[in-house]
Ligand binder design. Structure first.
Ligand SMILES: N[C@@H](Cc1c[nH]cn1)C(=O)NCC(=O)O
Length: 417
């Protein structure tokens, strides 16, 4: 069951990131400007984030199997549509539906993990799920580059979409909502009741703690991988483009390698989950401070330390989901997961735009010849988010520790009420 759910998540991450290496091909095929190309990713991510809370509510109501089925069908048809699109509007609509299908995946997989595994195993399996999922983005890089050049746009994307029917068959055959029930439905709810459920999830200090953990831990890795890592390393730290590429790939290696370690630590010491999150944040702050304060260009070993520290932030963000799980009753778990997942998205958007804005401010005219000084100031935007996030984590961890006894948390049980 978990293998099938995990494969669906890996493929969703693949579809999500499959445009990253196809930018040039997309520009030629649809005759796009740079901002039109950016709109693909922006729209897809916005839909993904905007759907987190509604999808969480749908999972609580209809069960993960049903919503995951809808997700696989949606993302497969969307990717097939993207393969066949011949105009910019058609391709844009296809990317919107890729974001929609993607939004239906992760929450369902986490819900299945919490129904199928024992409380002590859940943190480790959750981490393995998150880390393994990132393999999808590796598959979307090298094999997709090859497929685009050898098979061409339409065939490459159609082959990617062809995984859908296979996954759908496996899902329908093997995935049940719980070991006892094929479908686990929640109560039908009026709009008012839905709002009440959301309110109740948000009112739980544990959901807020999860939100702030997910807000504070992964944005540094997103900042480097999504946009600014490459120019920062090349223009400010003076490494070659090849070394910059290797350092950015090392982030994914750190994500995949540190996930299981964090899962084991958190599974064995659930009372200290937020301490682990805070320690990971402290590690990133120290590494960034050393790099930014280093006179001139930082040595390579320090840049390696930096990317590894940032990579650990991805798995640390999964602690947020675990806190949300143990702070909410099962029938509200998915909506709490949706709320928590939005935290990481908000922080990533703020930091990517914040760094861009400071770079623009520090660089006269419309030049993109950013200086090391401009990069130092721009990257320092992160301290504001770390500061706010760490304070909120501290605040809500104090509240959660008052609400949930240590024995309850260490028993790994899901809170009821
Ligand atoms: N925190 C990420 C997943 C992750 C795990 N390890 C590194 N990254 C997350 O929230 N993912 C949501 C999704 O839909 O992928």
């Amino acid at each position: 069951m978990w293998g099938v759910a995990l494969a669906i998540y890996v493929v969703a991450v693949f579809h999500r990131t499959s445009l990253a290496v196809a930018g040039l091909a997309a520009t030629e095929r649809f005759d796009l400007s740079a901002s039109q190309l950016g709109a693909f990713t922006m729209l897809q991510v916005l839909v993904y984030a905007g759907m987190q809370v509604p999808v969480g509510l749908l999972v609580d109501r209809f069960g993960p199997r049903t919503v995951l089925t809808a997700g696989v069908v949606t993302i497969t048809l969307a990717q097939a549509g993207f393969a066949l699109a011949t105009s910019y509007p058609e391709a844009l609509v296809a990317r919107v539906f890729v974001g929609l299908g993607d939004a239906m995946t992760f929450i369902c997989v986490l819900r299945l993990v919490s129904s199928w595994f024992g409380p002590r195993r859940i943190p480790l399996v959750t981490q393995l799920t998150g880390s393994t999922g990132q393999i999808g983005s590796i598959a979307a890089a090298v094999p997709m580059t090859w497929a685009l050049s050898e098979l061409g746009w339409t065939t490459a994307y159609l082959v990617a979409a062809a995984t859908g029917p296979v996954l759908l068959a496996a899902l329908l055959l093997l995935v049940w909502d719980t070991p006892e029930q094929r479908h686990q439905r929640g109560q039908p709810m009026s709009r008012l009741a839905l709002l009440r459920t959301l309110r109740a999830s948000w009112d739980q200090p544990g959901t807020r703690l999860g939100f702030w953990v997910h807000f504070t831990t992964p944005f540094s890795a997103h900042l480097l991988v999504l946009l600014w890592g490459f120019p920062f390393l090349v223009l400010s730290e003076g490494v070659s483009e090849t070394v910059a590429g290797v350092l950015l790939s090392l982030i994914i290696v750190a994500v995949v390698a540190s996930g299981p370690v964090l899962g084991l630590v958190v599974g064995n010491h659930p009372w200290h989950r937020s301490t682990v999150a805070l320690a990971t944040i402290a590690g990133m702050v120290v590494a960034w401070t050393a790099v930014l304060a280093w006179p001139g260009q930082a040595p390579l070993w320090l840049l390696v330390v930096l990317v590894v520290a940032c990579g650990c932030g991805g798995p640390a963000s999964m602690i947020g989901f675990d806190v949300g799980r143990t702070s909410n009753p099962p029938d509200r778990m998915a909506s709490a997961t949706g709320i928590i997942n939005v935290g990481g998205f908000i922080a990533a958007v703020i930091v990517v735009f914040g760094v861009g804005a400071v770079l623009d401010l520090m660089t006269p005219g419309s030049s993109t010849d950013f200086t090391p000084g401009a990069f130092r100031a721009a990257m320092s935007v992160q301290y504001v988010l770390w500061g706010i996030g760490a304070l909120q984590i501290w605040r809500y961890r104090t509240l959660v520790r008052r609400t949930l006894g240590r024995d309850v948390v260490e028993g790994g049980s899901t809170m009821v009420g």
